[in-house]
Design a protein around this ligand. Sequence first.
Ligand code: PEP
Ligand code: MG
Length: 763
Amino acid sequence: MSIEKTRPPHGGHGEQGITVLLRRMHDAVAQEASAQERLDHLTKAIASHVVADVCSIYLRRPDDELELYSTEGLNREAVHKTRLKWGEGLTGLVAESHRPLFTDDAPHHPAFAFRPETGEEYLHSFLGVPLIRSGKALGVLVIQNKAARQYNDHEVEAAQAVAMLLAEIAASGELLSQEETAVFGEMLHRPERLEGFPIVSGIASGKAVFLQPPAPKHKVFAADVAGEAARLEDGLNDLRASVDAMLAENASLSGVSREVLETYRLFAYDRGWKERLRAAVFSGLTAESAVEQVMNENRARMLQAKDSYLRERLHDLDDLAHRLLRLLSGEASNGHRALFDETILVARQMGPAELLEYDRDALKGLVLGEVSATSHVAIVARALKIPMVTGLGDAIDRCEEGDLVIVDGDAGEIHIRPALDVVETYRAKRELQSARQAAFAKERDLAPITKDGVAISIMMNAGLALDMAHLKETGTEGVGLFRTELQFLIGSQLPSVSSQEALYTEVLDLADDKPVIFRTADIGGDKTASYMDQGKEVNPAMGWRGLRMALDRPGMIRLQLRALLAAAANRTLHLMFPMVTLAEEMDDARALLDREIERAKRQGNALPKDIQIGAMIETPAAAWRVEEIADKVDFLSVGGNDLAQFYFAADRDSERVQRRFDPMNPGFLSFLRECAAKARQSNVPLSYCGEQASDLVMAAALVGIGIVQFSMPATAVGPFRRMTRSLNVGHLSAWLDDRLPQAQASLRPELSTFLSENGVIVD
Ligand code: PEP
Ligand code: MG
């Protein structure tokens, strides 16, 4: 059936214009003609649609020059003759900047480069948009008019939609000759190095897998429009059926998870969405391209939305569109991602629970969008020793699944499709690292005593039974923070008392009489369990989490205390409560524990021979009045990740704000120093278990302000021990006493110099 005989549906939302253009583009590409002729028809279709005097397509050559491939309006002799260097002229600037550029006075624009053969001197207005694919500019679409006029937002948006399709077509082989297509293929697969931020150290290499599966490969334009419309209809029906089935299967679900599924259903049945998809198909696109086209339009709109709720929904819509794409390609809509033997997982965002679902043997490295060093996904990655680099939201656009990727978690960079010499360099670097690890392993029995005789206690952080192997490897004194919530995050339902007890017993057995400080489940914030009805909070990190949730809804913590008491029967139980804000909360926590002890006694169960109770100091309120809390506990532990977050009012999950506030800020260090001094006066031991102890200069500063007990990720222990053994605390404390009151900016640069001048090993 030809398109002309088929009545196109309405696009809705004013998209009719672009629909007509897409149809014309489809006709141009479908013609029986040479590649050049088809390209020229395409250019003509765009020119007449946007009412431009000139429409030109420049494509990128392997030497990075931009060549005029087709034009409607410029001198025809210029085609394949006019070339611009990368960054040269307005067109080169568009390619280089990856951004649209428009002006109503092109000849006077500072970047204007005159090419006499084109005859463009009489053209005043210029609109150029890049042809982007896989994060690379493959060319530029240029629209020009004689009259001096401003292009409006709609025109720029329409040009971008067309440019996106042009890039698809150029890479798909539907328009250009085989050789030309191969040139683009080669350009898209060049090695790339991307710079981000180091989060978990180490080097990993493997094949890329996306958390969100990529759209299966497909054609852009369809020959049989009616057939394509039928495929779309079937795909949508399958999608709706799969969402309905998901809701039926999870009928008992409540809270956030149910809300997410309900939103999916709303979107899946949305008539506006369906109409826009149909309009795109009737304009000649394949069902897959129509889904992508509408998905990109939605993205552009929602990213501009001021309302954060709307922006969040973007994720749902994207997910739904991806499900539809997979259904159209015949894949299951929600299959688990298969990993390669050595996999690098690439994602824009990811939560700690998602990470725990992956096979740890296969998962070698992580590349994420915006995530900070103290976020929980980073903490879990560090516990699992998975090198991780962040700040690379565009990595997904720049690599394809199966591409070789090297993650350098020390330098904070990744290499996509690295050349052989880069692979070789990293192999050597990895060997060096193994040698360094071996050297640390040899030092594990050396006591962490400073040069001036101050004994430092080093424990490690853990959260999984498999972490316990690191106790021996690192030679640490015990587990200073066992994050029990990880078990709660992994499963699809609340872990039973017996499974909790089994884990705690296993952990205590593996600890072999070394102390393990169990921190009761700190759920909330970014650690949400899918089965829990937590309600929606605007600021979950400051919301209903940790001890607050436990005291309001004691059902869960009582079961956990029951499991802990049973697991520690006849041994010492170290129990610590998270997110304590006021001293009185410790009374309530203790009352809950007493109830469980009474219950165990009534039932004749064996009890721990000793119970040590601790409070985490991770709110400024708790740190400021730490002596009141100290009165009620046996030990204290500073959760520096949260404490810094609340001190600076800077979300620990946001890399952007984390970079702004160095914990080595003199204010924060003085605050910690005072807190440590008050704990000392109260005769209650205080340790530091935040991730900042992995940062050696910061760790030295913490020792310098009087903290002598630490609990840190296993990976940080070797370098930390070496640092303490090379340090003279007396000298450093005196230096800090002098500098802290005066310094106004981060102490990092001057302290780094001081440490290196005094022979302290901080690398
Ligand atoms: C902290 O806040 O520093 C801490 C150790 O707890 P978590 O990172 O689990 O919130
Ligand atoms: Mg915390």
